[in-house]
Design a binder for this molecule. Structure first.
Ligand code: ME8
Length: 515
C-alpha cells in the first residue's frame, strides 16, 4: 500500500470562504477520494491561517479581538467544507498549541543551524498579501499617488522599517537550483516551475522572519517582543499535522511524499521559501507542488473590493452539492486561469449530469421495468462496450495520477456517452423481451456501475444513490457503496451481477433553466 499526503493552502480567516477557496479544496478532496479508491493510505490536510496583520486588521475593523474573529471565520470554513462534503482527515488552525510548539521548534532548528541573523528591515509590505516587495514587483498608482501598488491587490503598499530577524534565503539559491534540476517534476505544471526558477535565478534576498510591530503571532523563542512573520508560521502547518514535533516516526512515514495544492498567488512562498526552509532545518523538500491558476469571474480575480465574491452556499442552493462539485472539478483545466460563469455552469450541469448520466440511469431503469420486470440483467461478456470501459478506466487512472480531475472526468463521461449511443443503436425499448434485450440493458447497467465508481470522487450522494438504484446496495457479495470498490481490479468488465432489482426513482439530476 502506498501513502498519499495531500494538502490545501491554509486559508486566511480575515473573511468567509468563496468559490476560489472551494476550488482548491475540492480538488484536494477529489484526489484524496481517488487515492482511497485505489487503496492508498491517505492523509488529507486543510485548515486556517489565523495570525498576522491581515487578520488582526480585519478583526479590528469588525470590532472583535483577533482570536474571536479567527474563531468565527475558521467556523465558516468548516461549515463550507461540511456542506461540500470535504473528506479532510485533519483541519489545522495556526493558533493551536501543536502549531505554536512546532513553529518554535522548527524555526529554532533553523536558527541553531546558523541560517538566521538579526538586522534592520526597510522596504515595502502589502498587508493583504502579507508579503514584502521590491520596487520591481510593484506597479505605479494610475491615479498619480506617490505610493506604488501591489500588483495582485492594486492597493498601495506600506513602508516598513524595523529591527528584525532574517532568514539567509540567499544562501539557498544554488541548493534550490540543484533541487529543481534533480526533481524536474516537483513543481507542476511546467510553466509554473519555470516561473519559480525565474524567481530564484533573478536573485534571492534574505527575508525577514520576525515582526516586532505586530502582536498577533507566534513568539520568537530567542527574541522577546518578536513574533514570527505569518508566512513562516503558516507553511510549517504542513509538518505540524504529521507530527514533526510530536511523533518523529509518523512524520517520517508521511514526509516528504506530499502533494501540496495551491494557486499561483502563493507560488513564491511554496516553491522558493518553503523548500529552502526545509533544507535549512535539515529536512527534505516536498515531493510535489501543484500550482493552479485563478478562477476568474467576468475575467477578474475574485476580491472583496470588486464585489465578485461568490460563496459556495449560494451555488449549492441552485445546483446541489454534487452539481457544485462537478462544475469545479470538471469545469476548467487544472493549471491555467479559468473563467467561471453561472450560465456556463447551468449548461455543464444540464449536458453532463441531467442529459448524459441522469438520462442514462433513467432510461435504463424504465426499460428494465418494462422488459425485465424490474430485475437488472447481467452484462454481455463480449459487449462492444467492454474494451471501451477498459480504456476509460486506464485513462482515468492515468489522469488522476497526473492531478488532472477534469481530464479524468472527461474520460469517464466518454463511457456514459458510449453507453447512451449503444442503447440508441439497439433500441431495446422497441424489442420483445428476451436475451438480446437483456444483453443491451445488462451492458448499460455495468457501465452505470463502473461510472458510479469512477465518478465517486466528484459526485458523492448521487453515486451512492445510483448504486442503490441499480440494485447493488445490500445485494450480498457486492460492495455496498461505490467507494468500497477497489480500482482498477473491481472495475473489470462483468462485475454487475444481474438478478438484482432496479429502481427508477425521481431524476438524479433535475434539469435546470437559466432565469
Ligand atoms: O494565501 N482562484 O490564504 P488565502 C483559484 N493563508 N484559487 C483561489 C482563488 C481564485 N480566485 N482565490 C483563492 C493564503 N484561491 C495563505 C496560505 S498556506 C501555508 C498559507 C485559493 O486565504 C488558492 O488555493 O489568500 C489560493 O492559493 C488560496 O486560496 C489563497 O488563500
Amino acid at each position: 500500500m502506498s501513502r498519499y499526503y495531500v494538502t490545501t493552502p491554509i486559508y486566511y480567516v480575515n473573511d468567509a470562504p468563496h468559490i476560489g477557496h472551494a476550488y482548491t479544496t475540492l480538488t484536494a478532496d477529489a484526489l484524496a477520494r481517488w487515492h482511497r479508491l485505489i487503496g492508498d493510505e491517505v492523509f488529507f490536510l486543510t485548515g486556517t491561517d489565523e495570525h498576522g496583520q491581515k487578520v488582526a486588521r480585519a478583526a479590528e475593523a469588525a470590532g472583535r479581538t483577533p482570536a474571536e474573529h479567527a474563531e468565527l471565520n475558521a467556523d465558516r470554513y468548516r461549515q463550507a467544507w461540511d456542506l461540500l462534503q470535504i473528506s479532510f482527515d485533519d483541519f489545522i488552525r495556526t493558533t493551536e498549541p501543536r502549531q505554536i510548539d512546532t513553529v518554535q521548534a522548527f524555526m529554532q532548528r533553523i536558527h541553531d543551524n546558523g541560517h538566521i541573523y538579526s538586522g534592520t528591515y526597510e522596504g515595502w509590505y502589502c498587508v493583504p498579501c502579507e508579503a514584502y516587495y521590491n520596487d520591481d514587483d510593484l506597479v505605479e498608482d494610475p491615479s498619480g499617488g506617490d505610493t506604488p501598488l501591489c500588483e495582485i491587490h492594486r492597493k498601495p503598499v506600506e513602508w516598513l522599517s524595523e529591527e528584525n530577524w532574517f532568514f539567509r534565503l540567499s544562501a539557498f539559491a544554488q541548493p534550490l537550483l540543484d533541487w529543481y534540476e534533480t526533481n524536474p517534476n516537483a513543481v507542476q505544471p511546467e510553466g509554473k516551475r519555470n516561473e519559480a526558477l525565474g524567481l530564484i535565478r533573478g536573485g534571492l534576498q534574505d527575508i525577514s522572519v520576525s515582526r516586532s510591530a505586530v502582536q498577533w503571532g507566534i513568539p520568537v523563542p530567542w527574541a522577546e517582543g518578536h513574533v514570527f512573520y505569518v508566512w513562516y508560521d503558516a507553511l510549517i502547518n504542513y509538518v505540524t499535522a504529521i507530527g514533526y514535533n510530536s511523533d518523529r516516526q509518523r512524520f517520517e512515514d508521511w514526509w516528504p511524499s506530499v502533494n501540496h495544492l495551491l494557486a499561483k498567488d502563493i507560488l513564491r512562498f511554496h516553491c522558493v521559501y518553503w523548500p529552502a526552509m526545509l533544507m535549512a532545518a535539515g529536512e527534505a523538500p516536498p515531493r510535489q507542488l501543484n500550482v493552479h491558476g485563478y478562477l476568474l469571474v467576468g475575467g477578474e480575480k475574485m476580491s472583496k473590493t470588486s464585489l465578485n465574491q461568490i460563496t459556495p452556499a449560494e451555488l449549492v442552493e441552485d445546483f446541489g452539492v454534487d452539481g457544485f462539485r462537478y462544475q469545479f472539478l470538471r469545469g476548467q483545466p487544472f493549471g491555467p486561469d479559468g473563467d467561471f460563469s453561472y450560465e456556463g455552469m447551468v449548461v455543464r450541469y444540464n449536458t453532463d449530469l441531467a442529459n448524459n448520466l441522469g438520462n442514462l440511469a433513467a432510461r435504463v431503469a424504465t426499460v428494465v421495468a418494462k422488459k425485465c420486470d424490474g430485475v437488472g440483467p447481467a452484462p454481455d461478456p463480449d459487449s462492444p462496450l467492454a474494451p471501451i470501459a477498459a480504456e476509460v478506466v486506464a485513462e482515468a487512472v492515468r489522469e488522476w495520477a497526473e492531478t488532472s480531475p477534469p481530464k479524468a472526468l472527461e474520460a469517464t463521461w466518454r463511457l456514459v456517452r458510449e453507453a447512451n449511443a449503444h442503447l440508441e443503436n439497439n433500441e431495446p425499448w422497441k424489442a420483445e423481451p428476451g436475451p438480446a434485450v437483456d444483453r443491451v440493458l445488462g451492458d448499460a447497467l455495468e457501465v452505470l456501475r463502473i461510472v458510479a465508481v469512477l465518478a465517486s470522487p466528484a459526485l458523492i450522494d448521487s453515486t451512492d444513490e445510483l448504486w442503490r438504484r441499480i440494485g447493488l446496495t445490500d445485494a450480498g457479495g457486492q460492495p455496498n457503496r461505490p467507494t468500497d470498490v477497489r480500482v482498477p481490479d473491481g472495475l473489470a468488465w462483468g462485475g454487475y451481477p444481474g438478478g438484482v432489482p432496479v429502481d427508477k426513482g425521481t431524476p438524479l439530476f433535475p434539469r435546470l433553466t437559466t432565469s
